[in-house]
Design a protein. Sequence first.
Length: 259
Amino acid sequence: MRVDVSGTALAAGAVNKPLGTHTSRTIMLHEVRGLLAHVDCDADYAAYASAATDLNAVQKATLTTRKKTLRHLRELYALNPSVPVFSALRTLWDHETAAQPLLAGLCAVARDPVLRCTLARVVELRPGEETTPGALAAVVAESFPGHYGPDVTARIGRNIASSWAQTGLLTGRTRKVRTHPCVTATTVAYALFLAHLCGGRGDMLFSSLWSRMLDTPIPELRSLASAAARQGWLEYRESGGVTEVTFRHFERLLLERKL
């Protein structure tokens, strides 16, 4: 079912309008890894564009394909340090390679409502349970009635299945089977920040759409939030049944990048 985010989240870089990315591409984990490896953390969009097209950081054979890849990467990730959704991703990206698939997926879910509408279908699967591109395409068709033709919807289903496999929530080339992704303090920090940008506070952060995507029991999420606090990504306090989570580190960096 279609899942729209709040105006606060839209102002932070999330998107509710359907994009065209998954009609032809996936979350492109390989390409975004290559691009971010070539560009400094505080660089502006022009640096990402140059790295993609001039330096071929996205590893495509022709200039035309590089430009198309850059356009889709910008749709999914913004590639702008003044956009909070991307700024936090870029801050966390280089610190833990194992976290990158889920970091990319979390950002793509914020930026692409077509991918986002299939999240519930995927996370509700039991470990080892199979889904199909057709089942995911059916969710898209139901969520955006009349928006895509049957052939395009089928192609979206295949690409979304591949995207979820890249995040670690599914596995397999032809048969897509539910698996548990790599969840770390880094991914928890980003998921909680996305929930915060959507207006969540306190305990609500741990039951948000973003936390559900981590497929991890809440007590473990809280433990990882404490670990994220020790690393300086956030501030986490729990006392007398009241939970407080703040994000001064991300907010300070965002302010610096906007100056």
